[in-house]
Design a protein around this ligand. Structure first.
Ligand code: UDP
Length: 234
């Protein structure tokens, strides 16, 4: 079993059926799934995206300045982090939000040592604000934070149950990989994560497990070693 994980949650998934904003049912499900693994002793660091609220790249296409748009995106991840923290608190799970950009009293400024201290106490730590720098994504933020906090694995929770040869939502003939190498993900141009995030994981030997987080109970299954997704490895 993993001792310490970095869980990446997508902002877009948080929107649930409404495709925008925060779906409270989805939020509560995420919180419960996280609590269920924290309860059995897994240390959980979480990076959450902001795509349900704002993405810098799509902002730039509409005429926003890219850097400002990315900063708006990073703030969006903080909003999601606060929502998830409040959902975890509501069910009695100790949790702390650490932000990549100074913004007390919303959260304390992130440092790897602070995060590890909290994790060692069984407190779930939500690492908000991505990397703090524009032109990155929360996937890259997740690879970075997973390495910084020395997580055993990065679990990428998506709405698809793994990595496929093509987008299974568009191509019905697509087949799923049980395992795949970082190089193959990059060579095949599979859009499971951006290249920066994948390259960072590859260079530092960080395993990534991609699975469907939107199906309740799946997070616990992954922790219990059930092969329900795709492992990306060297
Ligand atoms: N972002 C950024 N730097 C980071 C992480 C995120 O600039 O280190 C911005 C970027 O504009 C991105 C947005 O925040 O589009 C939301 O994050 P992301 O698209 O990764 O969210 P997700 O797709 O997981 O919902």
């Amino acid at each position: 079993m993993f001792k310490r994980i970095l869980l990446k949650l997508s902002g877009e998934s948080l929107a649930g059926a409404s495709k925008q904003g925060i779906d409270t049912e989805r939020l509560a499900e995420y919180a419960e799934q996280v609590k269920n693994i924290a309860r059995i002793g897994v240390q959980v660091g979480i990076v959450i995206g902001g795509g349900n609220i704002f993405r810098g790249l799509s902002g730039a296409q509409k005429g926003f300045d890219r850097v400002k748009g990315d900063q708006m995106g990073m703030l969006a991840t903080v909003i999601n982090a606060m929502a998830l923290a409040s959902a975890l608190e509501a069910i009695g799970q100790p949790v702390r939000v650490l932000t990549s950009i100074r913004m007390e009293p919303i959260g304390e400024l992130y440092s790897p040592d602070k995060a590890k201290r909290l994790l060692n106490k069984g407190i779930v730590v939500i690492l908000a604000g991505g990397t703090g720098a524009p032109y990155f994504t929360t996937d890259t933020g997740s690879s970075l934070r997973a390495l910084e906090i020395k997580a055993d694995v990065m679990l990428k929770g998506t709405r698809v149950d793994g990595i496929y040869t093509a987008d299974p939502e568009k191509d019905p003939t697509a087949t799923k990989f049980t395992e795949i190498t970082y190089d193959e993900v990059i060579q095949r141009g599979l859009k499971v994560m951006d290249i920066t995030a994948t390259a960072m994981a590859r260079e530092n030997g960080l395993p990534i497990y991609v699975f469907n987080m939107d199906q309740y109970g799946n997070l616990e299954k992954v922790i219990n070693g059930e092969q329900i997704g795709t492992l990306v490895k060297p």
